[in-house]
Design a binder for this molecule. Structure first.
Ligand code: TMP
Length: 219
């Protein structure tokens, strides 16, 4: 018997600082004896990584962008996420469908009803009405003005990172709206704080759910 799989996703506007905390969580779960699948969207499979290159770099209309995100997601779910969950692994996924609602929906202004339909097609579970959804979504909530400062010193920006602050204001509002629709699925992390304090909040979200044992804080 293996433990039940856990599907955890991480969200936030560009520059919100997810990466180091995802890596620290992977270490914490491994230290607790769990198998961890560390993955990301768009991406996570050879096909989805090719789609990532296109969607981050090539100009396209919002419907094409949304379709490519969901095409990549479908492959990722079938090839990586569902098998890993079936094996009882902890799947730590850097972004998932909330990003499509926040970026393509709220950011670009694309029709949310079309996105909901795509979500049903792509995440539908065979033989039931249920959708595959994360067990927990960790949302790194950072004011867009702070994220903009962090991004200014970053590498060459892609099609999303190069958007103006007003775009990220809409994306952040989109995340807030997704959380309102399913509050029990989200842990909102106040991310405008020193890294060690952000990590404390992240760790606590997992301890509260009984998924990690309380330990000394670490960054
Ligand atoms: P990353 O840089 O955090 O890996 O994310 C890649 C970019 O893709 C990021 O700017 C957010 C964007 N994105 C969307 O616009 N829609 C989506 O569905 C996903 C998963 C990411």
């Amino acid at each position: 018997m293996h433990p039940a799989g856990l599907f955890i996703t991480f969200e936030g506007i560009d520059g919100a600082g997810k990466s180091t905390h995802i890596a620290a969580l992977a270490d914490a779960f491994r230290a607790a004896g769990r198998s961890v699948a560390l993955t990301r969207e768009p991406g996570g499979t050879p096909l989805a990584e090719k789609l990532r290159e296109l969607v981050l770099n090539d100009a396209m209309d919002p419907l094409s962008e949304a379709l490519l995100m969901f095409a990549a997601r479908r492959d990722h779910l079938q090839q990586v996420i569902e098998p890993a969950l079936a094996w009882g692994e902890v799947v730590l996924c850097d972004r998932f469908t909330d990003a499509t609602f926040a970026y393509q929906g709220s950011g670009r202004g694309f029709d949310l009803e079309v996105l909901r339909q795509l979500e049903r097609w792509v995440q539908g579970q065979p033989g039931t009405d249920a959708l595959r959804q994360p067990d927990l979504t960790v949302w790194f909530d950072l004011p867009p003005a702070v994220a903009a400062q962090r991004l200014a010193s970053a590498r060459v920006p892609d099609r999303f990172e190069s958007q103006p602050q007003a775009f990220f204001e809409r994306v952040a509002a989109g995340y807030a709206q997704r959380m309102e629709g399913a509050p029990e699925r989200f842990a909102r992390i106040a991310s405008d704080q020193p890294k060690a304090e952000v990590w404390q909040q992240v760790r606590q979200a997992f301890e509260q759910r009984g998924w990690l044992q309380p330990t000394e804080a670490r960054a």
